[in-house]
Design a protein around this ligand. Structure first.
Ligand SMILES: [Fe+2]
Ligand SMILES: [Fe+2]
Length: 298
């Protein structure tokens, strides 16, 4: 099975890395000019441009297809279909095989990204629940073998569907191709939602974050902050750009703080020292046993 999916996996990884690169660039935007002036590294700049091109193509598709209709269908599928039963470490290894043979120069393997994120959190003396959140946060990318329609319903920044697409979303003009942007309800400021209804009542575009949140919310003893980190880690329009505040409530402010604390570990740990999965496994198996059942329904 993994062999068949290897190409899809590699492709997904390239897109996912490019999405991260662009988020890193956007995070530095406020002082980007001076940095680029100082740093005459043209090759690096070309990498950025390349990432932007790939990412733009990706978002063109994602923004056209993430409709309310698709999102309802994705959630019905989630609830009604059986996918797999396995433990956390097994899921990590499966994700790694699926997205194997990544370009060694440009990206770390999936298992390594999970371990580096967890290890960076651990090094900073953060609690065990946050370390384990780092370890599992991208396992939702397994959607790729569980019948996703493409990459656009697995990775990329997320946003709210069912109300007007925020202009704080990356490449907002590409929503012109989404039929919901012409819908008489979905195109309004509040759409199908009430003011300050809370993000729990809001439908976020379907992808690895939303999927994993639904898998783990009833199959773990993770605290609400951890579940927020998992669910909202790609929700950049909200956690970085401050969009959708008209839909949030008191509880979401706590989530926002958690997600912002998590984000740097996800984005910036890729350049850390490589990790040895076999050496780290005993430590993390102990944590896994603390927070998860031995086998989970995926
Ligand atoms: Fe992610
Ligand atoms: Fe990640």
């Amino acid at each position: 099975m993994p062999v068949t999916y290897n190409n899809h996996g590699r492709d997904l990884e390239a897109t996912s890395d490019a999405v991260d690169d662009v988020n890193i660039i956007r995070g530095k935007m406020w002082n980007a000019e001076s940095e680029f002036d100082k740093d005459k590294d043209k090759a690096r700049f070309r990498d950025y441009e390349f990432a932007c091109e790939r990412v733009k193509e990706f978002y063109r598709e994602q923004h056209a297809k993430q409709t309310v209709e698709f999102n309802i269908k994705a959630r019905v599928d989630f609830k009604t279909r059986q996918r797999a039963r396995m433990g956390i470490w097994e899921a990590m290894e499966l994700l790694n095989t699926l997205i194997d043979e990544s370009d060694p120069d440009t990206s770390v393997s999936q298992i390594e990204h999970l371990l580096q994120t967890a290890e960076a959190i651990r090094r900073d003396g953060k609690p065990e629940w946050m370390q384990i959140t780092g370890l599992v946060h991208d396992l939702g990318k397994l959607l790729l073998i569980f019948g996703s329609e493409g990459q656009w319903d697995v990775v990329g920044d997320t946003f709210v569907v069912g109300c007007r697409f925020s202009d704080k979303i990356i490449y907002p003009e590409t929503f012109d191709a989404n039929p919901d942007s012409r819908d008489s309800v979905f195109s309004t400021e509040y759409g199908i939602y009430k003011p300050q209804c809370g993000l729990d009542s809001v439908m976020l575009s379907w992808g690895h974050d939303e999927y994993l949140y639904h898998v783990l919310k009833d199959q773990s003893s993770l605290p609400p902050e951890a579940l927020a980190m998992i669910r909202y880690h790609s929700f950049y329009p909200w956690h970085r750009e401050g969009a959708y505040m008209h839909l949030t409530n008191e509880k979401d402010l706590k989530s926002l703080e958690a997600v912002r604390a998590f984000n740097p570990y996800d984005l910036y740990s890729k350049s850390d020292e490589p990790c040895d999965p076999q050496k780290l496994r005993p430590y993390y198996e102990r944590l896994i046993a603390k927070f998860f059942p031995p086998v989970l329904d995926w």
